[in-house]
Design a protein around this ligand. Structure first.
Ligand SMILES: *Cc1c(COP(=O)(O)O)cnc(C)c1O
Length: 491
């Protein structure tokens, strides 16, 4: 058995590149459906997956034929009618970084396994910490400014893992005995009901149990009401419980609205309660001078989650968990991996002790390379474009007879519905999805199911929205089934 040849790699890569660039061009022109939902058994047969995986033997020619059909069954994020999930339309630089990382495979959790990617992670994390207003990790060339405490941060495979890591650090701060002893039933976690399910999941995974999650009061648009936070903390404490953390959204997944971080943060700081901000979607507004005010007060947080694969044009996955005080991240994990961590080494820090993952991909490179092409300013402008679109689309929808918009967008997420409450938004979404012409999601907010647009694509313009509304009007006029089904808006 001879190993695969670099020549084969060259020929196959050329095929892949030719097809991908064509795929993106066609998608950008809006040709064909944005999504084609077909049953898995049908696709498995059509792509001949079972034969390929048993027999092998693919070469550049058969790869080309296979890839064409494979791409046909992918959801086209580059299509201007892609208005669904909070997943970036990726920059080509990020895709190329994926290729470089795939080919070099530097599992960089220990520095020696990938000095370049490990250094990139430090630089990227320090860049993010700087935008939050926190001190750098001190692992980069500039060190930590005198009189300040080093910040902390690590990249993870997604926001869910990042939230778990942040709340693990909160648990270590509140109940340091928990790592060895497990948790008692006096630990509670306070969050608005609009918090992403990552928070509830973390409560269960961390051993608090779902019962420990207490809903903080919210307003009519499901935003956290800051006045209620102090009372909620005091109430738990007077009942003998320990408040592990208060969680706020920046922004909420369903609505795209930001919780009042400054006010909530002030209460938490005063009462010395861990303040966690889930900015998986919305922390990217920190790259825009115009929009960063939405996160005013974020520097009061103890931890912040920030996904690059949502609003920073990075391919999945690249998330960051950042901490104001770097020691908190170190304390989150008991260092039990001494077979790979050499405390005596001086060249670089092994991130393995600060993350859930053991081996980790060079995920920071995707964000780095995208920034290297677009720059911080370009990144901020991209976000502003998407937010401007969302606000304009909300105006257009609100002005259309028969349509309703419950709130002015703060981010790139637009909720809307029909005045006629008899129209089932879930059935409407499903009908759109099955036709494949427009890809949107739905969300339950203030007791009603709304249709939901996430504007990720600068190619989605006013004409696209006019077309979508026209299609909805036609579907409603033709009569919809009244089923409640289909995937929800939870990213
Ligand atoms: C998307 C999102 C998450 C989950 O992040 P993944 O990267 O999809 O794991 C968590 N919280 C919020 C607020 C989100 O928008």
């Amino acid at each position: 058995m001879t190993p695969w040849s670099v020549d084969a790699m060259r020929r196959c890569a050329a095929e892949v590149l030719a097809q991908l660039t064509e795929h993106i061009e066609v998608s950008r022109r809006g040709e064909g459906p944005v999504v084609r939902l077909r049953p898995a058994p049908e696709l498995i047969e059509e792509l001949d997956l079972e034969r390929w995986l048993r027999q092998g033997g693919m070469d550049a020619g058969t790869l080309a034929a296979f890839l064409q059909r494979y791409l046909d069954g992918t959801t086209r994020l580059h299509h201007p009618h892609y208005l669904a999930h909070q997943v970036a339309v990726p920059h080509f630089a990020s895709a190329l970084a994926d290729l470089v990382s795939g080919a070099t495979n530097n599992g960089m959790s220990i520095f020696e396994m990938g000095p370049s990617p490990a250094s990139v992670e430090i630089a990227v994390v320090d860049w993010m910490l700087g935008l939050v207003g926190w001190a750098p990790t001190g692992r980069g060339p500039s060190g930590v400014p005198a009189g300040r405490r080093a910040g902390g941060g690590v990249l993870t495979h997604g926001g869910n893992l990042a939230n778990l890591t942040a709340l693990l650090a909160a648990r270590a701060a509140c109940a340091p005995e928990a790592w060895a002893q497990g948790v008692g039933d006096e630990l509670v976690l306070l969050a608005p009901a609009t918090a992403h399910y990552a928070t509830a999941r973390a409560a269960s995974i961390l051993g608090l149990g779902a019962r420990a999650l207490r809903a903080l009061p919210t307003d009519e648009l499901d935003r956290l009401r800051p006045e209620g936070v102090a009372d909620a903390i005091d109430h738990e404490r007077s009942a003998g419980r320990r408040v592990m953390a208060v969680v706020a959204n920046a922004c909420a997944t369903a609505t795209g609205l930001y919780d009042p971080l400054d006010e909530v943060g002030a209460v938490c700081n005063e009462r010395e309660v861990w303040f966690h901000v889930d900015g998986a979607h919305g922390a990217s507004a920190l790259t825009s001078v115009r929009e960063r005010g939405l996160l005013a007060g974020v520097e009061r947080a103890d931890s912040l989650v920030w996904d690059a694969h949502k609003m920073l044009q990075t391919s999945t996955l690249c998330a960051a968990v950042l901490m104001r005080d770097g020691r908190r991240l170190r304390d989150a994990f008991e260092l039990d991996a001494n077979y790979v961590v050499d405390p005596g080494q001086t060249v670089g820090v092994d991130v393995i002790g600060h993350q859930v993952e053991c081996t980790k991909g060079a995920i920071g490179f995707k964000l780095f390379l995208t920034l290297a092409f677009e720059g911080e300013q370009g990144m901020g402008q991209h976000l502003e474009t998407l937010v401007d679109r969302a606000r304009r689309f909300a105006e257009l929808i609100a002005a259309r007879p028969g349509f309703l918009v419950p709130c002015t967008p703060e981010s790139n997420i637009v909720l809307f519905g029909l005045e006629d409450r008899g129209v089932d938004a879930s059935a409407l979404r499903l009908a759109l999805l099955q036709r494949g012409d427009y890809y949107v999601t739905k969300a339950d907010v203030s007791g009603r199911t709304w249709l939901r647009l996430t504007v990720m694509n600068p190619g989605s313009d006013e004409q696209v929205i006019a077309g979508l509304l026209g299609e909805i009007e036609r579907l409603v006029a033709a009569g919809l089934p009244t089923t409640e089904s289909g995937p929800s808006a939870d990213e």
